[in-house]
Write a protein that binds this ligand. Structure first.
Ligand code: ADP
Length: 341
């Protein structure tokens, strides 16, 4: 029989602070070797959820298992250092007076220490930096040491809380790629918290979208972006335009045009369209006027105005080359349709 126990299983976690409900029936299952991003707006409970898994603060109710072992439930509250969890914090939280090697070897048993420190420093690309102090390292290097320290004791899971938010943009992109590779190479199971939707999509195998203290959708990055469960998830994960429509016999009619739709959807609907699902073709008497454009090199975002004054954003390739005031015709390639209540 293959082993199927999840690496992390949170069931029905509740946590309140006075009148604030930080976790409201929070459930999440993470498989062994999976990298999950927990994404949601600021204040939705992401950090509280991570802290509950790590054991820093017992929730009011619910259960947490790590590697098939119950670490929190009624009458059970295993101490953080006994949960086999590695943590990486936003501010790295390295011991400032200890060398890189001592930081990384901190949680490793003495007989394995030298070998294991060398192994994880190699994994994070810091071989040769063993004797430096954290103050002698760049932000990115400190982040690698923090990750090496978390991985060194071979934890069941690694939890990362906004790990890239202290790095500037070019370093952040590189660190994201590096951290993803390091976690994969280590075969680690990881949950990382972010409020940045593009980061959540880029780094993870699985995205768990959180709102108001609980997870509202879990899926692959492609799934949650292309097939959001509701209009809120759609707009949280990227730019989108919402229009009202009526679905009948497999077609949704909106005042922007008609879209094919799953035949089971009937009646009043809300249609969500992403900017990159729109094709804009230059036309002398086109239906929309270019009000503004942002040129990014690899593509461009057009701000368009329709005849009725409504504004629509379209993300198009490097071409067509357009200017403010130019007219375009629009074609809507895709849409996501939700019943309207
Ligand atoms: P996120 O990480 O998604 O930004 P948090 O988990 O930090 O959200 O916080 C969720 C909610 O709980 C917020 O409203 C926050 O103000 C509140 N909260 C978190 N920790 C505490 C605390 N120790 N005392 C009081 N309120 C808290």
């Amino acid at each position: 029989m293959t082993e199927t126990r999840p690496a992390i299983e949170c069931r029905g976690l509740f946590q309140t602070y006075g009148d604030t409900v930080a976790l409201d029936d929070f459930s999440l299952v993470v498989d062994k070797g999976e990298v999950v991003s927990l994404v949601g707006p600021s204040g939705c409970g992401k950090t509280t959820a991570l802290r509950a898994i790590a054991g820093f603060e017992p929730p009011d109710a619910g259960s947490v298992s790590i590697g098939g072992r119950t670490v929190f439930s009624e009458g059970v509250d295993v101490a953080p250092e006994k949960r086999r969890v590695g943590m990486v914090f936003q501010d790295y939280a390295l011991f400032p007076h200890m060398t890189v090697a001592d930081n990384v070897g901190y949680g490793v048993t003495e007989e394995d220490r030298v070998e294991r420190v060398a192994e994880v420093l190699d994994l994070v690309g810091l071989t040769g930096m063993d004797h430096r102090l954290p103050s002698e390292l760049s932000g990115g290097e400190q982040q690698r040491v923090a990750l090496a320290r978390a991985l060194a004791p071979r934890p069941e899971v690694v939890l990362l809380d906004e790990p890239f938010s202290n790095l500037d943009a070019p370093h952040r992109d590189r660190m994201r790629r590096d951290v993803r590779r390091i976690l994969r190479d280590a075969g680690a199971t990881a949950v990382f918290v972010t409020h940045d939707q593009s980061e959540a999509l880029a780094i993870a195998d699985t995205v768990a979208v959180m709102r108001d203290g609980h997870v509202v959708q879990v899926g692959s990055p492609l799934d949650v972006y292309q097939r959001p469960t509701d209009p809120w998830v759609a707009s949280f994960l990227g730019e989108s335009l919402a229009v009202e429509g009526i679905a009948e016999d497999g077609v949704v009619k909106t005042d922007l045009g008609s879209f094919p739709v799953d035949g089971s959807v009937e009646g009043a609907v809300r249609v969500i369209i992403r900017p990159e699902w729109i094709i804009a073709t230059p036309a002398a008497n086109g239906e929309a006027t270019v009000i503004d454009l942002e040129y990014y090199g690899h593509d461009q975002m057009l701000l368009l105005e329709l005849a009725d004054g409504r504004r629509v954003q379209a993300r198009v390739g490097r071409r067509p080359v357009l200017d403010r005031g130019d007219r375009v015709d629009l074609e809507f390639q895709e849409a996501v349709v939700f019943p309207r209540d």
